[in-house]
Design a protein around this ligand. Structure first.
Ligand code: S3P
Length: 448
């Protein structure tokens, strides 16, 4: 983990090509779930490769406040002794979820099916994000909520004394909402069913099985997925090796593609098909990338990714059904699109407006300020690249959004004028050693 103080107003330059082998930190989605399931299971769970970013540490602290024994050994392994389904303790104080939507929504699911009272809050970014999407289904299970106007944090949850299993069709493609309902379902007698119109990341389903739970996934004739879990169920503690995060790798993939002569290998990347939309998209744009050593790790497909940079990229239309499998990667894809030749058309992006920032607006404003040619609407963006990087020379307000900071950092490696990022602190939520890894590859950071 990096122990640097955050830097304000900084920019970066690539000295040359990015070459070597790096290890990207653990997957954020899988890390949250490993702690939550370990904190709920009976017996011991041993986690290697856990992402030690601020978001995941918020999950660990909240679970500790609800009775789970969780700690990091000197060997770097995390060990959990869970409370058992139905036995979460009432937290004595407000749970601070920091910047983390995943912690908030998934833990709200767990709490909703336990007879306890909890209050959640978070930072300025998280307090703007919509929670009604989980309050709706979890209320049907029997929990009651109160929150600020518009379903914003702080939010108080009175968990159900007599939780009821529900069937719920997701109104938005959201793995967080799906997971909140499934986690509640673990303590609801009867069958909990979640119906997904469009497949979202399935780490919850995979990991529940790894912890010994019975979860069924069926695809209906109309293509919708039905996920069924019967409760109550106990989870059994187990060993988990967290693979590297493809959403963190994304910044190094694009950086390597944009810097001529780059040759970068990233090992043990999670290649779950519900997460690899960016890789598919960049390959269609002409990127020179290969995958080696495909294998399975704790129920997740993984492999090594090799990226060779400098070749031409051309704009494409990203198929709308691919959006959930790359929902966190649009900011960095937009940077690649701004350097590619021709139009990159991205549609069905409404969810980007309710992430850590309004990513559609923040990306569009930042790219325009850097001299890129683009157009946006309520849920779409078209970037018109000229086959070379835009000029740069802008200052980017990250709005407490780690992916905005890292995306514009990557663009700034190749613009002629520096791209100044206002604050490096948000990067610590998901990628604490981002700047160290960039420095290892010869990237220089300058304070304004
Ligand atoms: C996540 C799901 C996605 C994603 C987030 C992590 C998860 O959010 O953007 O970074 O771990 O389930 P939504 O479920 O809101 O799409």
């Amino acid at each position: 983990m990096s122990h640097h103080q955050p830097i304000r107003a900084f920019s970066a330059r690539a000295k040359g090509s990015l070459r070597g082998t790096i290890r990207i930190p653990g997957d954020k989605s899988i890390s949250h779930r490993a702690l939550m399931f370990g904190g709920l299971a009976k017996g011991e769970t041993i986690i290697s490769g856990l992402l030690e970013g601020e978001d995941v540490l918020c999950t660990a602290a909240a679970l500790q406040a609800m009775g789970a024994k969780i700690g990091r050994g000197e060997d770097g392994l995390w060990r959990c002794f869970g409370v058992g389904t139905g036995c979460l303790k009432e937290p004595e104080d407000v749970l601070d979820m920091g910047n983390s939507g995943t912690s908030t929504r998934l833990l709200a699911g767990l709490i909703a099916a336990h007879p306890i009272h909890a209050v959640m809050t978070g930072d300025r970014s998280l307090r703007k994000r919509p929670m009604k999407r989980i309050m709706d289904p979890l209320s049907r299970i029997g929990a009651t909520f109160s929150s600020r106007d518009g379903g914003r944090l702080p939010m108080a949850i009175a968990g159900a004394r007599d939780p009821k299993a529900i069937t719920y069709e997701l109104p938005v493609a959201s793995a967080q909402v799906k997971s909140a309902v499934l986690l509640a379902g673990l303590n609801c007698p009867g069958e909990t069913v979640v119906i997904e119109p469009r497949a979202t990341r399935d780490h919850t389903e995979r990991m529940l099985r790894h912890f010994g739970a019975q979860v069924r996934t069926e695809t209906a004739s109309d293509g919708r997925k039905h996920i069924t879990l019967s409760g109550p169920q106990q989870l059994q503690g187990c060993a988990i090796d967290v693979p590297s995060d493809p959403s963190s790798a994304a910044f190094f993939i694009v950086a390597a593609l944009l810097c001529p002569g780059s040759d970068l290998r990233m090992q043990n990347i999670c290649l779950n098909p519900t997460r690899t939309g960016l890789i598919d998209t960049l390959l269609e744009m002409g990127a020179d990338m290969t995958i080696e050593n495909r294998r399975d790790a704790a129920g997740e497909p993984v492999g090594d990714l090799l990226v060779r940079g400098g070749g031409p990229l051309k704009g494409i239309r990203v198929p709308e059904e691919r959006v959930p499998s790359m929902i966190d990667e649009f900011p960095v894809l937009a940077m690649a699109a701004a350097c590619a030749e021709g139009e990159t058309e991205m549609r069905g992006l409404g969810e980007l407006r309710v992430k850590e920032s309004d990513r559609l607006a923040v990306v569009a404003d930042g790219l325009a300020a850097c001299g890129a040619d683009l157009e946006t609407g309520e849920d779409w963006m078209i970037v018109r690249g000229k086959g070379r990087p835009p000029r740069g020379g802008a200052e980017i307000d990250t709005h407490l959004d780690h992916r905005i900071a890292m995306s514009f950092f990557v663009l700034g490696l190749v613009t002629s004028d520096p791209v100044v990022i206002d604050d490096s602190a948000p990067i610590r939520t998901s990628f604490p050693n981002f700047l160290d890894l960039m420095a290892e590859l010869g990237v220089e950071v300058f304070q304004k």
